[in-house]
Design a protein around this ligand. Sequence first.
Ligand code: CP
Ligand code: NVA
Length: 307
Amino acid sequence: SPPTPLKHYLQFSDLNADDYAYLFERAALIKKKFKAYERHQPLIDRTMVMIFEKASTRTRVSFEAGMYQLGGTVVNLTTEGSQLGRAEPIEDSAKVISRMVDLVMIRTFEQTKINRFAEHSRVPVINGLTNEFHPCQILADIFTYIEHRGSIQGKTVAWVGDGNNMANTWLQASEILGFKVHLSTPGGYEVDQSIAGIRSSESYQVFKDPMQACAGADLVTTDVWTSMGYEAENEARKKAFADWCVDSEMMRAAKPDALFMHCLPAHRGEEVEAEVIDGPQSVVWDEAENRMHVQKALMEFLLLGRL
Ligand code: CP
Ligand code: NVA
């Protein structure tokens, strides 16, 4: 059985700086073993259900491959393929599913939905993206930053684009891990501090001009203009976001050794120029691969605690 009290990973603030230090160290060890083709199977006989109410490539592959590598198995559910799409209450689904498996990963719309599931679950629940947050992605991004540049403490992350789930999660992380976020979003698409739920505005600064947000940054990052679930706003967003495309000029404004990250999928010529995402400062492929390594550390941690 999982350690008591039951730990969920519903948002980045569910863990503290100490937990993250452990997870980053553990992920590095797990990655090293993977690269050496060395078995690491602490989760033999454990099963995870993954519920996808939105599309996915990376989250699906990284969690599924990761769980198999840890010795466990997964069961995949989608909205349409399960009773979730036929209005079975989320609370009932949580009670049923969590009696049969050891761990649940959910990708869905409102954060309240995953919160309600977790409240009625007997086993740990992991957020694989909601409208509000994407904690597993930021876990991978910061691990990737550390691999390339060392500690992120005291560094500056420039966020160029939508005040979305990724931006909210960066804000939470900045408060916990002690770095700065420079935010530049078009009017009407600002980050809402109350959604991020952070205590103060000390860890971030807002800039109208994306160039200014990038000035002196250690990491420049962006995301799609239209997130999943917001497709109806696509045309309006294309107009509003036209000046929020990360280009080489923005990268030149950042520190000479600045990294570029994007959680992917990317749209070259929209939120990022091809020469940036395919250029020497981009670490997007490491970032994607690292989803698997950090999530293996996370699954192990939620089920077995610190080892
Ligand atoms: N970055 C990310 O979560 O990708 P997928 O939507 O492909 O899972
Ligand atoms: N902000 C994007 C991230 C996709 C991985 C979305 O929610 O669609």
